[in-house]
Design a protein around this ligand. Sequence first.
Ligand code: UDP
Length: 539
Amino acid sequence: QSQELSHVRIDYHAALLALQEQGTRMVCTGKMHTDRICRFDYLCYCSEAEEFIFFHSNASVMLPNLGPRRFQPALLDLSSVEDHNTQYFNFLELPAAALKYMPKPVFVPDVTLILNRFNADNLMHIFHDDLLPIFYTMQQYTDLDDEARLVFMEGWGEGSHFDLYRLLSSKQPLLKEHLRNFGKLMCFTKSYVGLSKMTTWYQYGFVQPQGPKANILVSGNEIRQFASFIMDRLNITTKERPEGDDYIVVFSRTSNRLILNEAELLLSLAQEYKMRTVTVSLEEQTFASIVQLISAASMLVSMHGAQLITSMFLPRGAAVIELFPYAVNPEQYTPYKTLASLPGMDLQYIAWRNTIEENSVAYPDRPWDQGGITHLEKEEQERILASKEVQRHLCCRNPEWLFRIYQDTIVNIPSFLEVLRDGLKIKPNLKKSKPVSVVHPGRVRHPKCQTSVQAAHEAKLSVSWQIPWNLKYLKVREVKYEVWIQEQGENTYMPYILPQQNYTFSENIKPFTTYLVWVRCIFNKNLLGPFADVLICKT
Ligand code: UDP
């Protein structure tokens, strides 16, 4: 295939002159290598040395100018995985005068986004680590538009779902191995290096056992907008389904981590929910046709595994049922639970685990990366076989974890249905599920307090305020106010929830005392507004 750079001709002589005279210019955002994205004019790449080059001239800019701290440990993370030591980016420096002795540069006229994919053979990693971060990094910088060029520097081949990366821009993404086709020295006219980590919700356990990220900054809204973009690009349209044509999708794996009684599971689901059931697998359907089916399903049932990332395409109100093999604790492996539970995803999530060892088929003789354990010491093998639950562990080669997670499972139907009946609060229902409001209240306005002393031990404190300014434009189901009263100098406070805009407190109010009073508005129980400026009230 061709990796032609552009049909737009650029003025080669002018570009070369600009590079020689201006050198490279870099301006970055972010305080640390872990939150940094850099924009470059004339960042170059030498395919022979496999290094990026920064050319210094009198007009060069390097912000931040870190000096040798640029190597402690790096300028920035090239993938969306935080601080992974195989994913660092840096450049070599040269004086622009050195260009005279170097091969003639080839210029890339497209605005380019340079990054590392983290694991391009795993669907969960493709979406969570690459596609979502690329999509939102492109939204952050307006010149990274549909004409932008993506360059993947991790050094692998296309991977198993390269077509998905092609959806993000109209230009063919380039792999590291393609770069040498353009010559020994190539210079990106305008480029961005690095990825936004704003949309990631999971850490894979490199420094502490895997789990949700500590400070999740993405909501279901952004995931769903990304999902609609992808569906749009895949030419998927979701039609209104006729009443009563609800169905359940069972996503099966065909090479490992199998459900051994899939037919029985499908039958029991159909009977329990009076819905039809459909099975899909990545081996048997195209990705687009799977997404098409999932986008109108009431329920998605699957073994734990990367294919469950497709739950982001489920309609609001649908249910995700994740199955776990014997000895694997669902609480410890929650990328899909965390996704389904993001505010505004509006999915119900339920985990089922096999607790019956006889219903499990293990593969001790397979290679280690498919869960084999015969390469281990006899004692270690026996310990693993006797263990009833894999203990928390770090990524990525814990043999006990791999042994257990690659087991096949006979799903015990009564226990499965019981978990569903207990867990599904409401029958998965798509028609009723509209996005709920996400508008937060403003501050309450004109807060005031008045005090009076009744007797030696009795006093009153009246607090009043006006509605937040934005409330008059909103239809809110429930408006409440929260008042905190703190006696000055104490480190505790009394919280009150009130439906009205004024209240006179007399319990626990002492004469000749100073109280600090905070008031805020709350919409629909959980949309908290900011506190108004503190009131200082002396009785
Ligand atoms: N995969 C699949 N069918 C299978 C096994 C795996 O489609 O029978 C896919 C899976 O969805 C993922 C990739 O192959 O995209 C790698 O699977 P692996 O078991 O390594 O990762 P996991 O699913 O546990 O994240």
